[in-house]
Each structure stands twice: as structure tokens, then as C-alpha cells.
Ligand binder design. Structure first.
Ligand code: G4P
Length: 524
């Protein structure tokens, strides 16, 4: 590609994740977006795949035809002149640190909320990671076809619980059985809810009265919506693109993913404001221009292949600059070694443009035989670069781990060291007993760990669940081992830094009261 082509390709990319609490409707909305992109033809396909109700042959046909793996961790398709990359952030039982790290590789996020439930715990956790990165966050209040909470309540809760300004882009006219449509503030029109045709639009005049639609002008629910819009105009937040860019304001869209109501309007508006790939910072603080001639990227996730016949792993690389070409030679910063990238999985659709190469914003999957670690930077060119370190996330779940066969300590230690280095789980050792304790964000990480220990290192492990704990680090100078009790277990992390694993928040408060001068810190 010439410089100009590269720049054009970069600016077309929109790379984002959909974050939500399980059951808010992430799969359903993803499916609608894939429908818009022509990746799937029928609603229900992704869902059926998720629940296993889908004939495998049909599925493979779709994948072959489209050249895209729809349920994989990365979904790429073209829509409205943009190339969309959706990165999956598993909720459910798959919830893990990978989910968090995936958010390091996106340029914006869509937050899906169930309008009957409001902000739920997993949404909050994922939101906080996005907030920390200062990336734009767009909110979709889902399930408007069902009775939910008062829209104003939902907006208030969003602002209060998440500490972000909300700007409603539209407002519901009725809800559940009485849903008539949405007042689309952004496009200044009403989108009517009709079961047979999801996109009947009614224009509004300058006084917000419907043009040529008596039924709507006489609908008391429409009057209500108008009153609310007036209230928002006078007392609500101002629409502020600068604040959206920095993640300080979230545009909020009401709609229903299941009946495909308001989803297209949302997506079109979203694409207007969602940013193209921006410069990524190196450890030295230099910003790498996405349109730079030299290729660069970082590994944000390593996925073990759960098939015991294939021990390979896939390292997911977010391209940050230049152009990736199959078979190219790159440098790996950590080892300062050169390597050839020939064994690659692409997540690209067979598009008309037929650009086989990946540019900034795209994700490539490299088959890995142990060369990569999470956070690794790869690049071409003379200048050695390393992107900013990925943050470590404070684990919440803990297990005590040991080798089942005490005679097999060597393979146990080898396996545990490598997997910990790879970032699969966090390792701690207790001060008093030297027991090994593993920490993770989600249960799945332990299961993957156990599976890989057995399959890759021939080491059977026993895991004794310790449940949820609150981890807090303590300054070694302030540490007195007598501070440790049954309610706050004292352990060392991988770097030898001391921390307490508190039984619960009550134990944490008790500790803070007892030792008011001791400073405790959480990682994230
Ligand atoms: P997730 O990926 O966030 O976990 O959620 P998913 O899309 O699987 O949706 C969870 C449930 O909510 C599904 O129902 C889905 O059909 C339903 N749902 C999603 N969006 C809407 C919506 O806009 N309106 C309504 N009324 N329901 C919605 P389910 O009973 O678990 O599955 P299914 O048997 O209906 O497929």
C-alpha cells in the first residue's frame, strides 16, 4: 500500500468491544450488527450457535462462504464504508483477565444495559476498565419491547453509579406493550415501532410536532416524551463531542436488539462518533502514528487451544501501525529476536475490497509455540519499540494449588512458572506455610490452568477453592507479620511484594480501623 492508501485504510477502521452483564443482550445485538454487515443472513444464527442448537454443517457453510469465523473472538466485516472489528469480551462463565485485556486493544466500547435491570456488577467492572483507558463509551439501553424501569431513573443511575455524564440520543415513547417508538433527538425525527417494518420514520417540525402523522400527535405518550426532551434540553447535559472522545460523556440510545428496533439508528450514529485507530504510546512515551511505514503491534491475549491433539496457542495481536503482510519478519522486543510471521489466522471477511493485509485497528492471530507473552510488542524497522505495559488486574478468586503426585515437583514447577509468566493466572505464596495460591478474575482461568498443566506439562494438580477475596498490597516498610490473621491472609506476589487477602470488605474495614496509618493499595 502507498502511504496514502495506508492512511485511508486506517481511518476506515472501527475497532470496539461490546461490554455487558450476562443476559443483557450482547449476543443478540452482535447478531444484528453482523446482519447489517451481511455476515449472517438470518437472525438467531449466532444465538443458536451459542446454545448449540445449530447444525454444524450449516454453520461451517456460512463460515466458508463468508470467510469469517462468526463466533470467534474477533469479528470483522464491512459496513457503511467502514471496516468493523468487534472484539468479543466473554461474560458468563468465560469471564477472565482476557476479557479485561481485550479492552486494551479496542478504540471504543458499546455498553449494553438491560433496561429492566439497570447497571449490573459485570457491566460496572468492564466499564471501569474502559474509563481508566479514557476511551469513548456508547450506551445501548436494551429490551425496550419489555416493561422496564423509568428512562429517567436509568439515566440517573448511569450517571451516579458509573460517574459519567449521560446524553440521551433518543427517548422512548411508551415501553413494553405500549411502546410506540423513540424520539430520535440526534436525527430530529420519530422512529415508529412497527412489528412488520422496523424503520418507519416520522419527520418533526421545529416545535417537535410530527409532520403528517395525526395518530402520533394525539398520542399522550408522545406528549410525555416531548416533555422529557424539553426537560433534557433545558436541564440536561450538552452534547459534547470532546467529552465523548475522552470517555467523560456517554451517548445513550434506547432500543430493542431482539426486535431490531433502534439498532441501526444506534449503529449509524455510533459510527459517526466512534474514533478511528489513534496513536499508541510506547513505554518511553512516544506516540506511534498508525499510518507509519513500519509495522507494530502488541499481544493482548493468548488463547490456549483446548483440543489436546493441538497444543498450539493463538497469540492475538492488535496492529498499531504500518501494514501486516503474511511471512514478514518482525522483531520481538522482549527477546530482541527476529521472527517470521508465517503461521497466521486472519479474521477477515471476504470483502469486495479484498485487502488481505491488516492495518492499524485490525487483529491478527499468530500460532504460537511458546514465543509470545501477553504484552509483547512486535515491530519492523530499526527503531526498537515497546508499547506501554498492559495493566495487571487484581484477582478476586483464589485457590490453593499443589501437585497431586508429590514426586512430580519438577514438572509442576516448570508448568506453573511458564503459565504464570504467560499471564494465565497470578501466583502467590503464603508467608506462613509457603503454600502456592493462584488468583484469577474468573473461574475459567483456573480450569484452563488445570487442563494445561496436565496436557502440556504432564502435571496433575489439586485445587482447593478459597473463594472470593479482596487483595490489597502493603508497603513492605509498614508490614508486621503479626498483622496477619485468619481473616486477612498474608502472601507474597511473584515479585516478592507483600499483600493481604481479605476475607471480605468487612475484614478490610476492620483492618483499616485497627491500623489507621497503614496504606493499602489495590492494583486496579
Ligand atoms: P448476552 O449475550 O448478553 O448474555 O445476552 P443474549 O443476547 O443471549 O440475550 C439474553 C436473553 O435476553 C435472551 O433470551 C434474548 O433473547 C433476550 N433479549 C435480548 N435482547 C432482547 C430485547 O431487546 N428484548 C427482549 N424482550 N429480550 C431480549 P433467552 O430467553 O435467554 O434466550 P432465547 O431463548 O430467547 O433465545
Amino acid at each position: 500500500m502507498t502511504d496514502k492508501q495506508l492512511k485511508q485504510a486506517d481511518t476506515k477502521r472501527r475497532t470496539f468491544a461490546i461490554i455487558s452483564h450476562p443476559d443483557a443482550g450482547k449476543t443478540t445485538i452482535t447478531e444484528q450488527l453482523l446482519l447489517f454487515g451481511g455476515v449472517v443472513r438470518e437472525a438467531g444464527t449466532v444465538k443458536a450457535r451459542k446454545t448449540g442448537n445449530f447444525a454444524k454443517s450449516d454453520w461451517m457453510e456460512i463460515e466458508q462462504k463468508r470467510g469469517i469465523s462468526v463466533t470467534s473472538s474477533v469479528m470483522q466485516f464491512d459496513y457503511a464504508g467502514k471496516r468493523i472489528n468487534i472484539l468479543d469480551t466473554p461474560g458468563h462463565e468465560d469471564f477472565s483477565e482476557d476479557t479485561y485485556r481485550t479492552l486494551m486493544a479496542v478504540d471504543s466500547a458499546v455498553m449494553v444495559i438491560d433496561s429492566a435491570k439497570g447497571i449490573e456488577p459485570q457491566t460496572k467492572k468492564l466499564f471501569q476498565i474502559c474509563k481508566m483507558r479514557g476511551i469513548p463509551i456508547f450506551t445501548f439501553m436494551n429490551k425496550l419491547d419489555r416493561d422496564g424501569r423509568e428512562p429517567m431513573d436509568l439515566i440517573d443511575e448511569l450517571e451516579e453509579v458509573l460517574d459519567i455524564e449521560a446524553y440521551p440520543m433518543n427517548w422512548p415513547i411508551g415501553m413494553g406493550k405500549t411502546l410506540t417508538g423513540i424520539f430520535d433527538r440526534y436525527n430530529h425525527r420519530v422512529e415508529l415501532y412497527k412489528h412488520d417494518d422496523p424503520s418507519v420514520m416520522v419527520e418533526l417540525d421545529d416545535d417537535n410536532n410530527p409532520v403528517d402523522n395525526v395518530e402520533l400527535s394525539e398520542d399522550p405518550q408522545f406528549e410525555d416524551a416531548k416533555d422529557n426532551i424539553d426537560l433534557l434540553e433545558t436541564a440536561g447535559n450538552q452534547f459534547d463531542t470532546e467529552k465523548i472522545k475522552t470517555g467523560d460523556q456517554t451517548p445513550v440510545f434506547f432500543g430493542s436488539a431482539l426486535v431490531n428496533f433502534g439498532v441501526k439508528t444506534f449503529f449509524d450514529a455510533y459510527l459517526n462518533f466512534a474514533p478511528a485507530p489513534t496513536a499508541h504510546k510506547t513505554e518511553e512515551g512516544e506516540a506511534i502514528d498508525p499510518a507509519s511505514d513500519e509495522f507494530s503491534g502488541f499481544v493482548f491475549k493468548i488463547q490456549a487451544n483446548m483440543n489436546p491433539n493441538h497444543r498450539d496457542r493463538i497469540a492475538f495481536v492488535r496492529v498499531c501501525s504500518g501494514e501486516f503482510e503474511k511471512g514478514m519478519d518482525v522483531n520481538l522486543f522482549r527477546t530482541q529476536k527476529k521472527m517470521r510471521l508465517s503461521n497466521v489466522t486472519e479474521f477477515m471477511a471476504n470483502t469486495r475490497e479484498n485487502v488481505k493485509n491488516a492495518v492499524a485497528g485490525d487483529i491478527i492471530g499468530l500460532y504460537d509455540t511458546g514465543n509470545f507473552q501477553i504484552g509483547d510488542t512486535i515491530y519492523t524497522g530499526k527503531q526498537s519499540i515497546q508499547f506501554e505495559k498492559l495493566p495487571q488486574f487484581t484477582p478476586e478468586l483464589f485457590v490453593r494449588v499443589a501437585a497431586k503426585n508429590v514426586m512430580k515437583q519438577k514438572s509442576f514447577h516448570k508448568g506453573i512458572n511458564q503459565l504464570v509468566q504467560e499471564g494465565a493466572v497470578q501466583l502467590y505464596t503464603s508467608y506462613s506455610t509457603n503454600d502456592y495460591i493462584l488468583g484469577a478474575v474468573g473461574q475459567l482461568q483456573f480450569e484452563v490452568f488445570q487442563f494445561r498443566m496436565q496436557n502440556e506439562y504432564n502435571s496433575e494438580v489439586t485445587m482447593e477453592p478459597m473463594g472470593k477475596k479482596t487483595a490489597r498490597w502493603i508497603d513492605p516498610d509498614q508490614l508486621d507479620e503479626r498483622m496477619s490473621s485468619s481473616r486477612n491472609l498474608l502472601v507474597k506476589d511473584r515479585n516478592g511484594d507483600p499483600l493481604f487477602l481479605f476475607e471480605n470488605n468487612f475484614a478490610l474495614r476492620w483492618f483499616a480501623d485497627k491500623y489507621p496509618d497503614v496504606k493499602l493499595t489495590a492494583k486496579l
